[in-house]
Design a protein around this ligand. Sequence first.
Ligand code: GCO
Ligand code: MG
Length: 406
Amino acid sequence: MNIVAAEVIVTSPDRNFVTLKLTTDNGLTGWGDATLNGRELSVASYLTDHVVPLLIGRDAHRIEDTWQFLYRSAYWRRGPVTMTAIAAVDVALWDLKAKAAGLPLYQLLGGASRTGIMAYGHASGRDQEELFDSIRRHLDEGFRSIRVQTSVPGIDAVYGVIAPAAASEHYEPAQRAPLPAEEDWDSRAYLRHIPTVFEAVRNEFGPELPLLHDVHHRLTPIQAARLGKSLEPYDLFWLEDCTPAENQEALRLVRNHTVTPLAIGEVFNTVWDYQALIREQLIDYVRSAVTHTGGITAMRKLLDYAAQYQIKSGIHGPTDISPIGMAAALHLDLAIHNFGIQEYMPHGPLTNEVFRQTFTFQDGYLHPGDQPGLGVELDEEAAARFPYQPAYLPFNRLKDGTVHDW
Ligand code: GCO
Ligand code: MG
């Protein structure tokens, strides 16, 4: 099964997606998600200019060899652009192998370890009433685990909180814009407010509902330690990205102060970013995206390493992961033993027109379906109707104008 064509498709239904299409001499098509939010065209160029010429004529069955070849022959290792490009090739090759075998991909990864994949949804509100409405709406839609994000008095725009009207346009908890939108931040105001929100949510919705929260990299280690400690009475499923993720040492300090479970890693792209975190058991959940961490081949190894330390998966799944990337995550979630939870943010209607999907969401559980391969096919005619639109993520400034982590 040799690759005869490789093509990069950029499309923007609801938002930008970059997709790799591989075609083989036995007439199969494999799909890989190459989307890197806000830096989409850099991965498209990496693939088109530097990877596509290397793929033509290669045996599509040699997934491990292709991964090692792309990683090592570039000489320049790691980084989000490189690892997203490698992930797109890897996922497309797994799609092809599973299609050639006539099996859903999870069967090739060892078969199902569970009947469904527990998913969490994103609830948010600018005030308590809006937040409670959003939580109720998610419960009505079937979610059994909820991420809670809320505005903070004294801060104008906070990550993860979007007006209900805008949310349906953006399909993401961030204000994307033609130029980076400026948001503001005040850690002291945030630290005072968040425990009161979780107290109110627990009082209203009871002790059982698994609740999650994303700090989005904004605190210093000692502030994060304080937040983790102050949230202990509310029994969080996890506290995500409490400090900027690249400093692994910071988590040692946080861990020494709190038993609130910690999740980290959506901006990571290799196992090396987790080396100390996993070995020293400083986290509880691995947050990487399959699509930004070298694909299924690399994620499987990373999660197997984590499993030795009872650390579980919490694979990244906001709408900037395309339905192809989501499907890759779902097949892995179903197969691995140390599954924790899957993030799930439903895509918009135009996205679902372009990406024909077979995965299901019922009673809080996702399932990738049983079509051969990933179970997602891109409709190229539909994709061509939605040209690329420049879109940046927002950024933060403190009250005195200093740029802060977003
Ligand atoms: C999450 C993430 C996302 C990111 C987004 C950036 O936990 O889902 O924090 O919302 O902000 O993926 O591209
Ligand atoms: Mg996050």
